[in-house]
Design a protein around this ligand. Structure first.
Ligand code: ZN
Length: 283
């Protein structure tokens, strides 16, 4: 009888030991998996450092923004719409030397619609019609001077010999120095066609650019600067945020967001005249 009690006691002790060991092991592994409060804080700090690089906030203006939008076409010579590459080089070098922040299309939209600027001196360089010389003569200058420019492309002209092809446009965009806005499909005078035709020109150009260039095209530039109230309404309906004319002057939202003025750069213009175009203080 005594022997039986001894065996039973030993078995109970063994069982208790076994249960205790398993429980202890589970507790230990749980502690290893669960981070301590201290290590959690460290992880959070590390994550927020990666996710939020220090971005300089844009300057909120007290007065409505007056934005100089330069208008170029071909970088060559021959007529009043063509600016020779040497002049273009000198003007872009001027912007770099005087620390102008050259806006992208998206930045220009943001600046105008929120009345803020990323830097005290801002300018938006635009080139109309997407001529092939924008690649051969324009891009090397933009890369050398670190200037950004927006090219207003005629989406139905990309197969024409003296215009940029789609692959050339993609190549230019990939440099980070150029982006593309809409200059309609066929460069028709919008005042001379019906509202339905205008709608097709505005919508199809945006659809093409959005799909082919993988972007949301926010800027429209009217062919020959021509537009009326109907065009402004259609531009809004098509999804554009702003539109550019060829009316001379600094762009201001009071002109209407689908009716913004630009500054024409003419061949032979002196650097002093060029500088005076940009001379505006925003505060
Ligand atoms: Zn044009």
């Amino acid at each position: 009888m005594k022997k039986h009690w001894w065996i039973l006691g030993s078995l109970i002790a063994l069982l208790a030991l076994l249960v205790g060991t398993v429980a202890w092991q589970q507790q230990t592994s749980k502690q290893a998996a669960a981070p301590t409060k201290d290590s959690r804080t460290k992880q959070r700090t590390a994550r927020s450092t990666v996710a939020k690089p220090k971005v300089k906030p844009w300057i909120k203006l007290k007065q409505p923004l007056k934005l100089p939008i330069l208008m170029y076409h071909s970088i060559s010579s021959g007529n009043q719409l063509r600016v020779p590459s040497r002049q273009f080089q000198q003007e872009m070098a001027y912007l770099q030397r005087h620390h102008y922040r050259t806006l992208t299309a998206d930045e220009a939209v943001r600046a105008l619609t929120t009345n803020t600027i990323p830097s005290k001196k801002v300018v938006w360089v635009t080139l109309d019609d997407a001529y092939k010389d924008n690649l051969t003569h324009g891009l090397p200058v933009l890369e050398q001077t670190k200037v950004h420019a927006t090219i207003n492309a005629i989406t139905g002209f990309t197969h024409k010999a003296n215009h940029l092809t789609l692959s050339e446009m993609k190549q230019m965009k990939a440099t980070g120095r150029v982006d593309f806005a809409s200059h309609t499909v066929q460069h028709l005078d919008l005042n001379e066609i019906t509202a339905a035709q205008q709608k097709t020109e505005l919508v199809n150009a945006k659809t093409w650019l959005d799909a082919k260039m993988h972007q949301n095209t926010k800027v429209l530039c009217y062919p020959a600067g021509r537009a009326d109230g109907t065009t402004h309404r259609l531009a809004k309906q098509a999804g554009y945020s702003i539109a550019l004319t060829t009316q001379e002057g600094l762009a201001q939202m009071s002109q209407g967001r689908y009716n913004l003025s630009r500054l024409r750069v003419t061949p032979g213009m002196t650097t002093a005249t060029f500088a005076s175009l940009l001379a505006v203080k925003n505060n």
